[in-house]
Design a binder for this molecule. Sequence first.
Ligand code: AKB
Length: 315
Amino acid sequence: MKKILVTGALGQIGSELTLKMRDIYGAKNVIATDIRKNDSEVVHSGQFEILDVTDGEAMSQLAKKYEVDTIIHLAALLSATAEAKPLLAWNLNMGGLVNALEVAREENCQFFTPSSIGAFGPSTPKDQTPQDTIQRPTTMYGVNKVSGELLCDYYYQKFGVDTRGLRFPGLISYATPPGGGTTDYAVDIYYKAIENGRYTSYIDKGTYMDMMYMPDALNGIIQLMEADPSKLIHRNSFNVTAMSFEPEQIAAEIKKHIPNFVMDYDVDPVRQAIADSWPNCIDCSAANQEWGFKAEYDLSKMTVDMLAKLRKPVT
Ligand code: AKB
């Protein structure tokens, strides 16, 4: 039975992944940590500890206290926040990661951390972006993600730490809103469509980005962590995607369910520049071949589910 430590457990991925893993591996076997505490199910449904990931000693003590054998390291700043606060992003994203890898090395833990489509840059091929290709990102977030991929490779090659990772596209969820990402428009649009029947997009028409519905992202993490290591040619990190669309396409999909929905544009130059530096659509055949990744939700199936979940009255 696994014993898992999750950092950033109250963030966008952590809030749902922690609960899913508690269902699979048992509530007492998943220790959630975050820099703050709130009143959510993650805090109340199992063990919860305050942890600042830049404090390596505190992380090491928690890993020892709970005798963990797996670390899921999620604590990080997303792209737009990282661009606004680059030094904080470097210290938190890289400092947290190296601390978590060190604890994994010391305690002999399996290790997962997410990378992102942000690990690609303007000189990367934009369409069907290959698994192995040019990675010269022009954002602090991208620099962190490429460095993180290399650092995870290093810990695997040098110390034998069983590191694994996914390059996630924009993640869309009805449960926990993201904060500070470039792809967040594709989440906000559903909330605003239901609240006001209208959304002002900060990303311009014609800007394609890869996206994925959260259930596919959670399944991807669990499937990769369970995958037979002898089948893995790549480790850090696999391209994964479920769909690629531009703002007009998601608006058109929402209009099928909310016919009066109106989309306006007020483009934010900072987030637009980040989006323009990322691929239009990535190729995830390596993830499919090496461990069987396949997304279940496309744009229309996700839209039906998002709107239904967001319309459901809170009980
Ligand atoms: C962001 O927009 O920063 C993230 C990502 C694609 O990594 N959602």
